[in-house]
Write a protein of this length. Structure first.
Length: 325
């Protein structure tokens, strides 16, 4: 069965509409250039997976309320701030089909804009005494920064092993998704078991999501995933499919592949690395690992009563495994 995000969103469709209005209001500023750029940000329509997770998690554990919306706004502001900063770091020229903020207004404005978005989120939490949200989100920012820095260091040395890879994806990707689910549950219940179950769900969902993302770099096509095949190899990012293949292959062959990656962007080099990963079952192994995280995520929410929202979260897991972009 195929899943899509509009089907998965159905149990919280009206709540997503409310969120979009509240999010728009949260971006308003009396400073002209800030208002101009936030309006531009709203044009860059994203999938809104993070607010969706907050709202669904809240409904699984109880009911969506004002605190739930504030939590959803907080995570979306943090996520948007990190995207703006990432585009500066990566010197990206496009974001969701439109020129990036750094391409239009230059780096200095983009960095300050990212800071503004983050501060708006923190202010909303402080003004409403959501200090529990604040504690969760500041820890998430720390983890995301550490994960990114660890990846940069390891990419430079090309010495990533499996435990390091899982630490990076846990901190870089899974931390924010687990935060969404934890905040969603926390906004509606004080039951620590339920809050922890939702946090674990998000963590495992995030790991599966990132592994699939890394697989698509080896098996996707550029027009579907929006980046050329082998982009991670060009950037010297060592991800799970390659880590497994390097471990399985004879030492001499693995050393040769590492040399090819170090030598960079030659098309034939990339083709050889792609073939090497297929030869030593890097793709199949990575799918197996991603599926194991999906199973763990499903298990973690088995404590909740069946509902449309719980079914939507389970469908989201299937969507992540089946996605092609």
């Amino acid at each position: 069965m195929k899943y899509n995000l509009s089907e998965i969103s159905k149990p919280v469709l009206s709540e997503l509409g409310n969120f979009n209005l509240l999010f728009k209001q949260s971006l308003k500023s009396k400073v002209g250039i800030v208002d101009l750029i936030t309006k531009y940000i709203l044009k860059q329509k994203g999938k809104k997976i993070r607010p969706l997770l907050v709202l669904l998690s809240s409904k699984v554990a109880g009911n969506v309320n004002e605190r739930t919306y504030r939590g959803a706004i907080l995570v979306e502001l943090l996520h948007t701030a990190t995207l703006v900063h990432d585009d500066v770091v990566d010197e990206a020229e496009k974001r969701r089909g439109l020129p990036s903020i750094n391409a239009v207004w230059k780096n200095k404005v983009a960095v300050l804009m990212g800071d503004y978005l983050l501060s708006r989120g923190l202010l909303i939490a402080v003004e409403n005494d959501d200090f529990d949200f604040l504690k969760i989100i500041t820890n998430t920012v720390r983890r995301m920064s550490e994960g990114e820095l660890l990846q940069i260091k390891k990419t430079h040395k090309l010495d990533i092993d499996e435990p390091t890879y899982f630490r990076i994806i846990s901190d870089k990707t899974a931390s924010l998704l687990s935060t969404c689910c934890e905040i969603g549950a926390k906004s509606t219940t004080n039951d620590e078991n339920q809050i922890e179950a939702m946090r674990e769900f998000g963590e495992n969902l995030g790991k599966a999501f990132q592994i699939i993302d890394d697989i698509l770099d080896y098996v996707g096509t550029s027009n579907i995933i929006g980046k050329p095949l082998g982009a991670d190899i060009k950037e010297k990012k060592i991800t799970l499919p390659l880590i497994h293949a390097l471990k399985q292959a004879p030492k001499g062959e693995s050393s040769n592949i590492i040399k090819l990656i170090k030598n960079g962007k030659n098309k034939n080099n990339i083709k050889e690395v792609l073939e090497f990963v297929n030869k030593y079952n890097g793709i199949d192994y990575s799918y197996k690992v991603a599926n194991s995280y999906v199973a763990k995520a499903k298990e973690s929410i088995s404590i909740f009563n069946n509902s449309e929202s719980k079914m939507a979260l389970e469908s989201l897991l299937d969507f992540v495994i089946q996605r092609k972009k």
